[in-house]
Design a protein around this ligand. Structure first.
Ligand code: RP5
Length: 179
């Protein structure tokens, strides 16, 4: 593997706090990525250029996060046939419902995969799943990730059964206090 495989783009630096989760997740999976700030409305030509050139630059999947009138994922998708995963962001007064509708309601012919509001982590995992079609080592990493996730849930269930819900809730509170 050489060069960046995933392009993470966002409409504003105010989106970074959420979108950094996509970067952290791709790092966990060892996937090289690049990050850019591009806006469908404030830098429309740059957004279109990014979409047009993404494939020839070697990118395989795009993740686009935006809030409010969130057209970034759709604009990129209009300029590339690479898979585009949209992340509707909650920073607006409408708490991301506006962005969710904008990202999910693409017209037939130009699809965007839409994850949950602020779902940057899932966007990155979905990107890895797309890459795993071509790169089998990523499928192994995904299988391993699922196993670790299941073990963590089983460990929590065992602990709940062991100490009861009241003590378990106290433990959760303590853990939250440490963060
Ligand atoms: C969108 O407008 C961005 O994606 C961001 O979520 C929102 C607000 O941007 P700023 O005014 O904080 O730059 O285009």
């Amino acid at each position: 593997m050489a060069g960046e495989m995933v392009g993470i783009v966002m409409g504003s630096d105010s989106d970074l706090e959420v979108m950094k989760e996509a970067a952290i997740t791709l790092e966990e999976f060892g996937v090289p990525y690049e990050m850019s700030i591009l806006s469908a409305h404030r830098t429309p030509d740059k957004a279109a250029k990014y979409g047009r050139e993404a494939s020839s630059r070697g990118l395989e999947v795009l993740i686009a996060g935006a809030g409010g009138a969130a057209h970034l994922a759709g604009v990129l998708a209009a300029h590339t046939t690479l898979p585009v995963i949209g992340v509707p962001l909650s920073g607006s007064p409408l708490r991301g419902i506006d962005a969710l509708y904008a990202v999910v309601q693409m017209p037939a012919g130009v699809p965007v995969a839409c994850v949950a509001i602020d779902g940057a982590r899932n966007a990155a995992i979905l990107a890895v799943q797309v890459l795993a079609v071509k790169f089998p080592d990523m499928r192994c990493k995904l299988d391993d990730y699922r196993r670790r996730m299941a073990s963590a849930v089983e460990a929590r269930s065992a602990r709940l059964a062991e100490v009861g819900y009241e003590s378990y809730l106290c433990e959760l509170e303590r853990q939250r206090g440490k963060k």
